[in-house]
Design a binder for this molecule. Sequence first.
Ligand code: NDP
Length: 243
Amino acid sequence: MEKSLVVITGASSGFGAEIAKIFNQAGFPLLLLGRRIEKINALPLNFERVIVEAVDVTDYKAFEASIKKAEAVYGPVDLLVNNAGVMLLGNVLEQDPLEWQTMLNTNIMGVLNGMQIVLPGMKERNHGTVINMSSLAGKKTFTNHAAYVASKFGVHGLSETIREELSGSNVRISLVAPGAAETELLTHVTDQNALRDYQSWKESMGGITLDPVHVAESVKFIYDMPQAVTIREIDIAATAQDA
Ligand code: NDP
């Protein structure tokens, strides 16, 4: 059977790049989104059935236009992986509110944007899956993560709400909640104290955290279940992670 369109946000690095590889190897047509498309274009993929678009997920119109464009080529999207996100560590007493805004806009508004763009069609077709990338910070607290925790608790909350709402429409809403992993996520942190604390926490766990490949495998596992089965949530972390 012809495979349906898979859309992955934040495909330029980290989890998104690994998710793109795994679905590409499995032969799915892909729409890969991110702002740094040169990084997406440099991924080791077979680009025959891949569309790459420079899209900021906070830009609803651009996000929607890119999905319409890919659907015109490959047919309706059957899986959206809302993976794009930012983690700007910092203590709320000192952190620049602009960093809170960036996290809330990307991690919550970006996810809501993606869901509103694809879900009406999925509901109408009685078929489709959305997998949101949350975090263990979406269900428990971590020092210096307050605004990030707020954004990821938001992802947990909105995912479960929408899952309930669409449960009668054969549309699946799932999330993956990873622990600390080896991606580019930390490279945007501006608060050097928060970064030092994070690095010493990581060192205390042996210095190497989760390989993003296993997060990508979790996403694929969720999608590969029969449509009548929803894995509501996968929490995944390095065995050595204590928190
Ligand atoms: P990376 O920094 O490696 O990847 C983040 C991705 O998000 C990049 O591809 C980036 O692309 C994209 N992105 C960020 N902002 C935007 C935006 N406004 N519009 C479009 N794309 C955007 O980190 P990870 O792979 O770790 O992060 C992926 C997800 O995993 C995030 O939601 C993160 O919160 C979550 N997570 C990460 C953990 C970790 O320890 N690494 C643990 C738990 C959850 P570009 O810059 O090219 O736009």
